[in-house]
Structure formats: C-alpha cells, structure tokens
Ligand binder design. Structure first.
Ligand code: NAD
Length: 435
C-alpha cells in the first residue's frame, strides 16, 4: 500500500502546505541498497565522562571515515563513563553543538554502561541516558535516528554498531540495546556474505515480512527454507525458487511441526526465525473463543512448541540464533487485540526467560523483533483512518517496510551478534505507543 502522503510531502507544494498546516513532515528514509551500502558521510566520535572502552579500532572497522567540521552522517557519543549529574552535563556539552550538523537520515548512537546496583548516582546518570535518547529521537526529525547501546566490551558490540551506523537501521529509533561481552570477532567474517554456510528457516515466509526476511538472509549468504501453510504453496515455492532455497509446506500449529522440521533438516539448522503470525481482532466483549484460540496458537503456542522440540532434538546448531516476532501491540496493548497483544507479550516473556539458558546450554541466542506499523497486506487491511494514524504516530511519521524488520533480523542472526541475547528490539520508527 503506497504512502501517498509521504510522496506528497516530498514535493515543494506538499512541503509548503503541510508545514503551514502543522502536519507531520516525514522524510524519505535512506535505506540500504547495493548501490548505497553505507551512510553518506563521516563519523564524529565524542566522549563524555572518563571512558575505559577501546572504541576507536571498532569504529575504524565500520569503514566510515571521520566527519568534517560542518556535517556528519553519524555521531557516536561514548557516555559509558558518565557516573553523575556532572557527567550528564558533558553529554549536553558534547551533543548540543553537533546535532544540527547531522545529515538527514543520519545516526546518533549513545553508548552507556550497565546500571550499577551498588552506586545509585551512576545508575541515575546512566538511566538518564535513556530518557535523553528517547527525547532526542522524538525531536531530531529529518529521518535521523537516535539509539542507546549499553555495553562493557566494544568489540563484542561491533556487529551492533555496524548495524546502527548503516542504512540498514533506517526505521530503528529510540531503542535501548544491551550487549554482553565476548564472542566471535566480526573481523574474521566475510563482510558481504556473513551467513554463508548457514541454514535459515523462516516461518510464514511466502509473503510480507517473512518473505523480506528470507530474501535478506539469502542476500547475506544463508540457505533459506521458506515455511508456510499448504494453501500458500504457490507463493512459498515462488519465493524459495527466487532465493535458491526450498519450500516447506507445513501448518506451524501442527502438533508434530517440530519433528517434521527436524526431519526436513538432517544437517541441522542455524537460524530459526519465528515470523508466522495472524490477527483476529475484536474487542474482548465480542470475542468468541474461535477468535482467541487460533491467534494464541499461531503466534505463541507454536513458537514455544517448535522451539522446545528443535532445541531438544539438537537440530539447532551451536552458534545458532532464534529470532521471534513480537509487536508493539504486545508492549503497549491495542484496543481490539487482547488476543494478539497477549500472544505477542508472551513472545517477550519467552525471549527474556529462555535467552540465558539457551545460550548456556545450546550456544544459541534468543531475541525478538517487535515491529510497529509495517506496510504489508496485514496493515493494508486496516481501515483507512486507523491505518493513517498508525503510520504517522511515530518519530519518523511513516510506516516501516518489511525490509526494515528483515535487516534487524539479519543483524540479530549475524554470527558476530552472539553477545546480543534476550533483547526485544522494536522496529517501529520510535512509535509513540508504549514508550
Ligand atoms: P502477513 O499476513 O502478510 O504474512 C504472514 C504469513 O504467515 C503468511 O504467509 C501466512 O500464510 C503465514 N502463516 C499464517 N499462519 C501460519 C501457520 N499456521 N503456519 C505457517 N505459516 C502461517 O503478515 P506480516 O505483516 O508479514 O507479519 C509477519 C509477522 O510480523 C507476524 O508475526 C505479525 O504478527 C508481525 N507483525 C506485523 C506487523 C505489521 O505491521 N505488518 C506489525 C507487528 C508485528
């Protein structure tokens, strides 16, 4: 579904009129393409407080050169050493003069430290960075994004910094991402095809977001298995053929789905992407069990069952990745979606609980993407006015594209993202709903 308002505001009369009327001013976002693989300009590295991070070599490896004095494509502020309110003044002093120089669709990335339970002044100052990040994200405009990464080890965060400092993260803003320590260094990997030799299973991949995820993982070198219901056979085969992968026609709610996936993958699986999902909206007072049960079955129960079965069978290889699909409706709630909101919140619970154990016992990370308003057949079916509100009610004042969720998934699936675990990353343009 084309966003005609976005096209209109890109014209001179459209810009003039919408400005005069005080209407949202979405900027056309710069997204990744083979022709434009990197941000269009240099990087400014700033520090507030006394930092112990060895950041410079990691930033140098992103391939973004230093910014000139007048404009920057990205600003990275290392605020890991901020321990008190005086340190926060340094955050202000560092960013206040440079924010204006960040180009449209540019990036501001703050780096913070984990909150120290033994030092409440440090915890207060570090928590303050979240409020700062989310507020700057809401005001910065022109397609620019602002995110906060909490880390202790710069090299373990390299894949995350590369993602955030690239056009691949165009629709990710206002996020706080925690990165642990230690993992395979990104430097040893093939930059263009980091997933070469890996097998990915994407559920619900015959169309929409799942199709984009399969396409992006295949671009990065993975062999993809396109899973969808038998009724979607034609589309599933079309996607699989296009990507040089295979189709697996299976209703993911089948009791034996895990066993059938394991049988179809005798050499094991590296990336398990739980994307299949459905909606059956009604307010609770009008919602019969027939609309409740299938949503919980597809969106949550099948994810729990297949994950358990594949971990137990040893189908997921060490170094594997599980990425499940939540939704901002599972975080903020949404009228008419008690079933859907419950199912997607369940995904958040699953990720938080399973992540540490899956990593310790199986060497597999577990994370979730939480899309906001993404332009797909699912959202095209939403009534016009609600659709228009959904599109605009975020800091970027537009809907995201399936590719935005796909790029986020590819970062979480990256072999060098092993220190990113138990995270729920919203791909929502910093939706005004739910923080
Ligand atoms: P979509 O309806 O376009 O595609 C979903 C795919 O899942 C379809 O191909 C469908 O056949 C498949 N599927 C459904 N039930 C299945 C089952 N039982 N077994 C196997 N496959 C099944 O949806 P989409 O917009 O691409 O959404 C993908 C995911 O993202 C879903 O989990 C959805 O809840 C989530 N999400 C989407 C949005 C959005 O704005 N589009 C927002 C938040 C979350």
């Amino acid at each position: 579904m084309a966003d005609r308002y976005l096209s209109f505001t890109a014209t001179a009369p459209g810009r003039f009129l919408t400005r005069r009327l005080g209407l949202p001013q979405p900027a056309a976002l710069t997204r990744w393409s083979p022709e434009r693989p990197a941000l269009d300009g240099g990087l400014r590295h700033l520090t507030a407080g006394r930092s112990g991070l060895d950041l410079a070599p990691v930033l140098a490896r992103t391939g973004i050169g230093p910014a000139g004095s007048d404009r920057a494509a990205a600003v990275v502020l290392d605020a890991t050493g901020v321990r008190d309110v005086e340190g926060l003044a340094e955050v202000h002093a560092a960013l206040h003069p440079v924010v204006r120089s960040v180009i449209p669709s540019g990036r501001v990335v703050l780096l913070g430290a984990p909150l120290d339970p033994a030092h409440h002044h440090q915890a207060a100052a570090q928590q303050a960075l979240e409020g700062f990040t989310r507020s700057l994200g809401k005001e910065i405009g022109r397609g620019r994004t602002v995110n906060l990464v909490r880390l202790t080890d710069a090299s373990a965060a390299e894949s995350t910094l590369r993602f955030l400092l690239s056009p691949k993260s165009a629709y990710v803003s206002g996020q706080v991402i925690e990165v642990g320590s230690g993992d395979e260094p990104a430097t040893l990997l093939d930059r263009d095809r980091p997933l070469a030799g890996r097998t990915a299973l994407v559920t619900g991949a015959a169309r929409g977001i799942g199709e984009a995820v399969a396409e992006t993982l295949a671009r990065d070198g993975a062999r993809v298995v396109v899973l969808d219901v038998p009724q979607a056979e034609q589309d599933a085969r079309r996607v699989a053929d296009r990507l040089g992968g295979t189709a697996l026609l299976l209703d993911i709610t089948a009791a034996d789905a895990g066993t059938r996936i394991a049988e179809a993958l005798p050499d094991g699986l590296d990336l398990l992407i739980h994307n299949a999902g459905i909606t059956r909206d009604r307010r609770l007072v009008n919602m019969p069990a027939e609309r409740w049960i299938p949503v919980l079955e597809v969106n949550l129960a099948s994810v729990l069952r297949t994950t358990d079965a594949l971990l137990k069978a040893g189908t997921l290889n060490r170094g594997g990745r599980i990425v499940a699909t939540a939704s901002i409706a599972g975080i903020a709630g949404n009228a008419g979606q008690t079933n859907y909101g419950a199912s997607k919140a369940g995904i958040v619970g699953l990720v938080r609980s399973l992540a540490p154990r899956a990593l310790a016992e199986h060497g597999v990370t577990v994370n979730a993407v939480a899309p906001g308003f993404i332009e797909t057949k699912m959202t095209a079916a939403v009534p016009l006015f609600i659709r228009e509100a959904g599109r605009r009610m975020n800091s970027l004042a537009q809907g995201g594209l399936p590719a935005d969720v796909a790029e986020t998934t590819a970062w979480l699936a990256h072999p060098a993202s092993g220190a990113v675990n138990g995270q729920v990353v919203r791909v929502c343009g910093q939706s005004l709903l739910g923080a």
